[in-house]
Design a protein around this ligand. Structure first.
Ligand SMILES: Cc1cc2nc3c(=O)[nH]c(=O)nc-3n(C[C@H](O)[C@H](O)[C@H](O)COP(=O)(O)OP(=O)(O)OC[C@H]3O[C@@H](n4cnc5c(N)ncnc54)[C@H](O)[C@@H]3O)c2cc1C
Length: 401
């Protein structure tokens, strides 16, 4: 088949890009290796996604917000404050919503809700007109892009061509690699364990990032369980993989006791309330974001360390920036894969993401280093940050826009 635009990967970024361009008149093919039933029923994967206000606005525009809320009115949990802690000290640097004109810094929502709603929006667009095709159940196995066009072959041997190919197939994007774009990887040598818990004391809708000695903990506040009223949160524990593995196997009671102890009983007793999921921590910065008739979006454009909670926020930003360029070019009757258009997209997205990517790398290294100077330095940095209101305002403004 021949399309204007082919997207490889129907994760949150690929689906949102297809949805964003679905009413432009462009013909779009969206290729995904997973079968359709897996996309329609995405399993809970432990990820609780912190959304900036800008991302929340984009999800509203794309129709995802209303769909998620209709399916689960308690799905979006407001994020009022963020507390950063170091070691055993009770001291916290607090970035509060009060630094902004908003009543919350951002929102939290489970990743599987985003994926289900994005697919439903794409399927609704497919029904409105036949210019969007979902090609599920076959991975892209071969890619060929040059100035004349883009061509992909799927595992079943079928071939498809397009004026532009967009990779949205994860931070380790095989499509990006196939067109000859390398990437710098930063393996942090740590694994994250994520799960939901219930706990005794209320969290006041504050997120915690706790750089404890020998472990990093995060707590992401969820809405109370509408059925039982129990306080709920998502917890994220970062350790070397060999220490995560036994925790995945502990029985429910032993795991609950372990996580309560790790959080120093600060929210009272915690109880495991979901399946547990583990993610290796690898940051990825591709050397280029574009090539002739090719561009990357989502994690394929920048694979962030989750500590600053920006992977999907940057994914949505890439979708918005590229969709804006493609829409304008199509409306003006210009080539949607013109080299200057792709170069502009690359420049804008790089500028918007690279500084935080590098800062996140530094933070992750400094805040997991166990030497005494590193511990003292991060304590001093937090105390300085707490007193320096312009810094906190800047961070709060970057979340609320
Ligand atoms: C523990 C954790 C917590 C996080 N928390 C946050 C947060 O708070 N805020 C935030 O903004 N982000 C967060 N993120 C990041 C966020 O989850 C990712 O940025 C986002 O899911 C990436 O979406 P994507 O569509 O780019 O890639 P993916 O979700 O990786 O999707 C890629 C898709 O491409 C498909 N694919 C791969 N290869 C092929 C192929 N050859 N052919 C066809 N299809 C293919 C895959 O099957 C998949 O469906 C977190 C991540 C983790 C791990």
């Amino acid at each position: 088949m021949s399309f204007d635009l082919l997207i490889s990967g129907a994760g949150p970024a690929g689906l949102c890009l297809a949805r964003a361009l679905s009413d432009t008149g462009l013909s779009i093919g969206l290729v995904e290796q997973q079968p359709l039933h897996a996309l329609q029923n995405p399993a809970f994967d432990g990820r609780e996604i912190a959304l900036t206000q800008r991302s929340a606005a984009l999800l509203r525009e794309l129709g995802l917000w209303a769909r998620i809320e209709a399916a689960d009115p308690a799905a979006f949990s407001p994020l009022r404050d963020a507390r950063v802690l170091n070691g055993a000290s009770p001291f916290a640097m607090v970035i509060g919503h009060a630094l902004t004109p908003r009543s919350e810094l951002g929102w939290l929502v489970s990743n599987h809700h985003i994926r289900r709603a994005a697919l439903a929006e794409v399927q609704a667009a497919q029904q409105r007109h036949g210019r969007l095709q979902l090609l599920c159940g076959q991975p892209v196995t071969q890619v060929h892009c040059n100035a004349e066009g883009a061509r992909v072959t799927l595992a079943d041997g079928s071939a498809h061509s397009a004026r532009l190919l967009v990779a949205a197939d994860s931070r380790f994007s095989p499509t990006r690699r196939a067109v000859g774009i390398g990437a710098t990887q930063c393996d942090f040598g740590r694994t994250m364990l994520v799960c939901q818990v219930t706990h005794e004391a209320p969290h006041e809708h504050a997120a915690w990032e706790w750089f404890d000695y020998g472990q990093t903990l995060a707590l992401l506040p969820m809405n109370d369980d509408p059925a039982t009223g129990a306080h709920r949160a998502s917890v994220v524990l970062t350790l070397p993989h060999q220490q995560i593995e036994p925790l995945l196997r502990l029985d429910e009671a032993a795991f609950s006791a372990d996580i309560t102890r790790r959080f120093d009983h600060r929210l009272g007793a915690m109880r495991l309330n979901s399946t547990r999921h583990a993610y290796p921590l690898v940051g990825v910065m591709p050397h280029r974001l574009v090539a002739p008739r090719f561009a990357c979006v989502g994690d394929a454009a920048v694979g962030m360390h989750p500590v600053t909670a920006h992977g999907f926020n940057f994914g949505l930003l890439s979708v918005d920036t590229l969709a804006h360029e493609l829409r304008a070019a199509h409306q003006a009757g210009r080539d949607i894969a013109a080299p200057e258009l792709l170069a502009r997209y690359e420049r804008r997205h790089r500028l918007a993401t690279r500084p935080l990517y590098e800062a996140t790398r530094l933070i992750a290294h400094l805040y997991t280093a166990e030497s005494l100077p590193a511990r003292l330095m991060r304590d001093a940095a937090l105390r300085l940050g707490e007193r320096f209101t312009p810094f906190k305002r800047l961070v709060a403004a970057s979340l609320t826009g």
